[in-house]
Design a protein around this ligand. Structure first.
Ligand SMILES: *[C@@H]1O[C@H](CO)[C@@H](O)[C@H](O)[C@H]1NC(C)=O
Length: 213
Protein backbone atom coordinates (compact mmCIF):
# COMPACT_ATOMS: atom_id res chain seq x y z
CA UNK A 1 0.00 0.00 0.00
CA UNK A 2 2.77 2.42 0.98
CA UNK A 3 4.60 1.56 -2.24
CA UNK A 4 1.50 2.42 -4.35
CA UNK A 5 1.40 5.92 -2.86
CA UNK A 6 5.13 6.56 -2.90
CA UNK A 7 5.65 5.77 -6.59
CA UNK A 8 3.10 8.30 -7.92
CA UNK A 9 4.45 10.92 -5.52
CA UNK A 10 7.93 10.30 -6.87
CA UNK A 11 6.73 10.88 -10.43
CA UNK A 12 4.86 14.05 -9.55
CA UNK A 13 7.96 15.40 -7.77
CA UNK A 14 10.12 14.46 -10.77
CA UNK A 15 7.69 16.23 -13.11
CA UNK A 16 7.71 19.39 -11.00
CA UNK A 17 11.51 19.43 -10.89
CA UNK A 18 11.87 18.79 -14.61
CA UNK A 19 9.23 21.27 -15.87
CA UNK A 20 10.61 24.66 -16.81
CA UNK A 21 8.95 27.32 -14.70
CA UNK A 22 8.47 29.83 -17.54
CA UNK A 23 5.14 29.83 -19.36
CA UNK A 24 7.20 29.99 -22.54
CA UNK A 25 7.24 26.19 -22.42
CA UNK A 26 3.44 26.07 -22.80
CA UNK A 27 3.80 26.54 -26.57
CA UNK A 28 6.24 27.58 -29.27
CA UNK A 29 4.41 29.71 -31.82
CA UNK A 30 6.63 29.49 -34.89
CA UNK A 31 8.71 32.50 -35.87
CA UNK A 32 8.58 32.03 -39.64
CA UNK A 33 11.43 34.53 -40.09
CA UNK A 34 13.66 32.67 -37.64
CA UNK A 35 15.72 29.52 -38.16
CA UNK A 36 13.91 26.24 -38.76
CA UNK A 37 14.92 22.60 -38.28
CA UNK A 38 13.27 19.19 -38.54
CA UNK A 39 11.97 19.89 -35.03
CA UNK A 40 10.15 22.98 -36.30
CA UNK A 41 10.54 26.74 -36.30
CA UNK A 42 12.16 28.71 -33.50
CA UNK A 43 9.72 30.30 -31.02
CA UNK A 44 8.14 33.70 -31.39
CA UNK A 45 8.68 35.91 -28.32
CA UNK A 46 5.93 34.71 -25.89
CA UNK A 47 5.30 38.32 -24.84
CA UNK A 48 4.14 39.04 -28.39
CA UNK A 49 1.87 35.97 -28.71
CA UNK A 50 -1.89 36.67 -28.82
CA UNK A 51 -4.99 34.50 -29.23
CA UNK A 52 -4.87 35.17 -32.96
CA UNK A 53 -1.69 33.07 -33.16
CA UNK A 54 -3.88 30.08 -32.20
CA UNK A 55 -6.68 30.76 -34.70
CA UNK A 56 -6.51 30.14 -38.47
CA UNK A 57 -9.26 30.92 -40.95
CA UNK A 58 -7.50 29.67 -44.07
CA UNK A 59 -9.60 26.50 -44.27
CA UNK A 60 -12.97 28.25 -44.13
CA UNK A 61 -13.56 28.61 -47.87
CA UNK A 62 -14.01 25.99 -50.58
CA UNK A 63 -10.71 25.60 -52.43
CA UNK A 64 -10.24 26.32 -56.13
CA UNK A 65 -10.70 23.03 -58.01
CA UNK A 66 -10.25 24.47 -61.51
CA UNK A 67 -7.03 22.58 -62.22
CA UNK A 68 -5.65 19.33 -63.62
CA UNK A 69 -6.64 17.24 -60.58
CA UNK A 70 -10.02 18.98 -60.13
CA UNK A 71 -9.18 19.23 -56.44
CA UNK A 72 -7.54 21.49 -53.92
CA UNK A 73 -5.47 20.93 -50.79
CA UNK A 74 -5.30 23.77 -48.27
CA UNK A 75 -2.71 22.91 -45.62
CA UNK A 76 -2.65 24.33 -42.11
CA UNK A 77 0.83 23.09 -41.30
CA UNK A 78 3.32 25.07 -39.18
CA UNK A 79 4.32 27.14 -42.23
CA UNK A 80 0.72 28.40 -42.69
CA UNK A 81 -0.43 28.20 -39.05
CA UNK A 82 2.59 28.91 -36.84
CA UNK A 83 0.53 28.44 -33.66
CA UNK A 84 0.73 24.67 -34.00
CA UNK A 85 4.52 24.69 -34.40
CA UNK A 86 6.06 22.07 -32.13
CA UNK A 87 2.71 20.71 -30.91
CA UNK A 88 2.83 17.59 -33.08
CA UNK A 89 -0.46 18.28 -34.85
CA UNK A 90 -1.71 19.90 -38.05
CA UNK A 91 -4.69 19.81 -40.40
CA UNK A 92 -5.58 20.41 -44.05
CA UNK A 93 -8.76 20.83 -46.08
CA UNK A 94 -9.43 18.77 -49.20
CA UNK A 95 -12.02 19.74 -51.79
CA UNK A 96 -12.69 17.38 -54.69
CA UNK A 97 -14.98 18.47 -57.52
CA UNK A 98 -16.78 15.68 -59.42
CA UNK A 99 -14.02 13.69 -61.13
CA UNK A 100 -11.43 15.17 -58.77
CA UNK A 101 -8.46 13.28 -57.36
CA UNK A 102 -5.68 13.78 -54.82
CA UNK A 103 -3.09 11.60 -56.63
CA UNK A 104 -0.92 9.01 -54.87
CA UNK A 105 1.13 10.81 -52.22
CA UNK A 106 2.85 10.30 -48.91
CA UNK A 107 3.43 12.26 -45.71
CA UNK A 108 6.91 11.19 -44.59
CA UNK A 109 6.53 12.50 -41.04
CA UNK A 110 2.94 12.07 -39.86
CA UNK A 111 0.02 9.71 -39.49
CA UNK A 112 -3.19 11.04 -41.06
CA UNK A 113 -6.86 10.83 -40.08
CA UNK A 114 -9.35 11.89 -42.77
CA UNK A 115 -12.86 13.02 -41.84
CA UNK A 116 -15.44 13.38 -44.63
CA UNK A 117 -17.54 16.53 -44.21
CA UNK A 118 -19.62 16.19 -47.37
CA UNK A 119 -19.88 14.07 -50.48
CA UNK A 120 -18.39 10.64 -51.19
CA UNK A 121 -14.65 9.89 -51.23
CA UNK A 122 -13.04 6.70 -52.47
CA UNK A 123 -9.77 6.46 -50.51
CA UNK A 124 -7.01 3.92 -50.27
CA UNK A 125 -3.46 3.24 -49.18
CA UNK A 126 -0.92 0.52 -49.92
CA UNK A 127 1.31 -0.98 -47.21
CA UNK A 128 4.95 -2.00 -47.60
CA UNK A 129 3.83 -5.55 -48.44
CA UNK A 130 1.88 -3.94 -51.33
CA UNK A 131 -1.47 -4.91 -49.82
CA UNK A 132 -4.24 -2.47 -50.80
CA UNK A 133 -6.67 -0.97 -48.27
CA UNK A 134 -9.56 0.63 -50.16
CA UNK A 135 -12.86 2.10 -48.97
CA UNK A 136 -15.69 4.32 -50.17
CA UNK A 137 -16.30 6.88 -47.44
CA UNK A 138 -19.41 8.97 -46.85
CA UNK A 139 -20.16 12.00 -44.71
CA UNK A 140 -18.95 11.45 -41.13
CA UNK A 141 -16.67 8.51 -41.93
CA UNK A 142 -13.05 8.74 -40.84
CA UNK A 143 -10.08 6.77 -42.18
CA UNK A 144 -6.45 6.41 -41.08
CA UNK A 145 -3.41 6.60 -43.38
CA UNK A 146 -0.27 5.48 -41.51
CA UNK A 147 2.94 7.53 -41.78
CA UNK A 148 4.88 7.23 -44.99
CA UNK A 149 2.47 4.95 -46.85
CA UNK A 150 1.34 5.99 -50.35
CA UNK A 151 -2.35 6.86 -50.46
CA UNK A 152 -4.93 8.71 -52.57
CA UNK A 153 -8.43 10.15 -52.51
CA UNK A 154 -10.89 10.22 -55.43
CA UNK A 155 -14.31 11.85 -55.58
CA UNK A 156 -16.68 8.89 -55.54
CA UNK A 157 -19.90 10.81 -56.24
CA UNK A 158 -21.39 13.43 -58.50
CA UNK A 159 -21.06 16.43 -56.19
CA UNK A 160 -18.33 18.33 -54.35
CA UNK A 161 -16.62 16.23 -51.69
CA UNK A 162 -14.87 17.89 -48.76
CA UNK A 163 -12.70 16.41 -46.02
CA UNK A 164 -10.55 17.61 -43.15
CA UNK A 165 -7.33 15.67 -42.70
CA UNK A 166 -5.49 15.78 -39.37
CA UNK A 167 -1.84 14.85 -38.84
CA UNK A 168 0.28 13.69 -35.91
CA UNK A 169 2.94 16.26 -36.80
CA UNK A 170 3.04 20.01 -37.32
CA UNK A 171 5.25 19.34 -40.37
CA UNK A 172 3.95 16.05 -41.85
CA UNK A 173 5.40 16.82 -45.28
CA UNK A 174 3.75 16.04 -48.61
CA UNK A 175 5.27 14.25 -51.60
CA UNK A 176 3.07 13.53 -54.64
CA UNK A 177 4.20 10.53 -56.71
CA UNK A 178 3.22 11.96 -60.12
CA UNK A 179 5.13 15.15 -59.36
CA UNK A 180 8.20 13.14 -58.28
CA UNK A 181 8.14 11.36 -61.64
CA UNK A 182 6.84 13.92 -64.12
CA UNK A 183 7.06 17.47 -62.72
CA UNK A 184 10.84 17.98 -62.52
CA UNK A 185 13.94 17.77 -64.73
CA UNK A 186 14.74 14.08 -64.13
CA UNK A 187 15.71 12.96 -67.68
CA UNK A 188 12.87 11.15 -69.50
CA UNK A 189 15.21 8.25 -70.24
CA UNK A 190 15.70 7.65 -66.50
CA UNK A 191 11.98 8.02 -65.81
CA UNK A 192 11.35 5.40 -68.50
CA UNK A 193 14.07 3.08 -67.10
CA UNK A 194 12.83 3.34 -63.53
CA UNK A 195 9.09 3.08 -64.24
CA UNK A 196 9.00 0.80 -67.34
CA UNK A 197 6.73 3.38 -69.01
CA UNK A 198 7.29 4.13 -72.69
CA UNK A 199 8.73 7.38 -74.03
CA UNK A 200 5.44 8.72 -75.39
CA UNK A 201 3.65 8.24 -72.06
CA UNK A 202 6.47 9.89 -70.09
CA UNK A 203 6.64 12.88 -72.48
CA UNK A 204 2.87 13.26 -72.31
CA UNK A 205 2.84 13.26 -68.50
CA UNK A 206 5.84 15.59 -68.27
CA UNK A 207 3.96 17.93 -70.59
CA UNK A 208 0.82 17.82 -68.47
CA UNK A 209 2.65 18.26 -65.15
CA UNK A 210 5.30 20.77 -66.18
CA UNK A 211 8.34 18.49 -66.26
CA UNK A 212 11.32 19.02 -68.59
CA UNK A 213 14.10 16.88 -70.13
C1 LIG B 1 -9.19 29.15 -59.97
O1 LIG B 1 -7.96 28.80 -60.59
C2 LIG B 1 -7.96 29.01 -61.99
C3 LIG B 1 -6.67 28.42 -62.52
O2 LIG B 1 -5.56 28.88 -61.82
C4 LIG B 1 -8.12 30.49 -62.26
O3 LIG B 1 -8.11 30.71 -63.65
C5 LIG B 1 -9.42 30.98 -61.65
O4 LIG B 1 -9.52 32.37 -61.79
C6 LIG B 1 -9.49 30.63 -60.17
N1 LIG B 1 -10.83 30.92 -59.68
C7 LIG B 1 -11.03 31.64 -58.60
C8 LIG B 1 -12.45 31.84 -58.20
O5 LIG B 1 -10.12 32.13 -57.96
Amino acid sequence: MVKMVVIPLFFIAALLICSPSSHAADFCVGDLKGPTSPAGYSCKDPAKVTVDDFVYSGLAAVGNTTNLIKASVAPAFAAQFPGLNGLGISVARLDLAPGGVIPFHTHPAGNEVLTVLQGVICAGFVDTANKVYLKTLKKGDIMIFPTGLLHFQVNGGGSLATAIVSFSSSQPGLQILDYVLFANDLPSLLVEKTTFLDDAQVKKLKGALGGTN
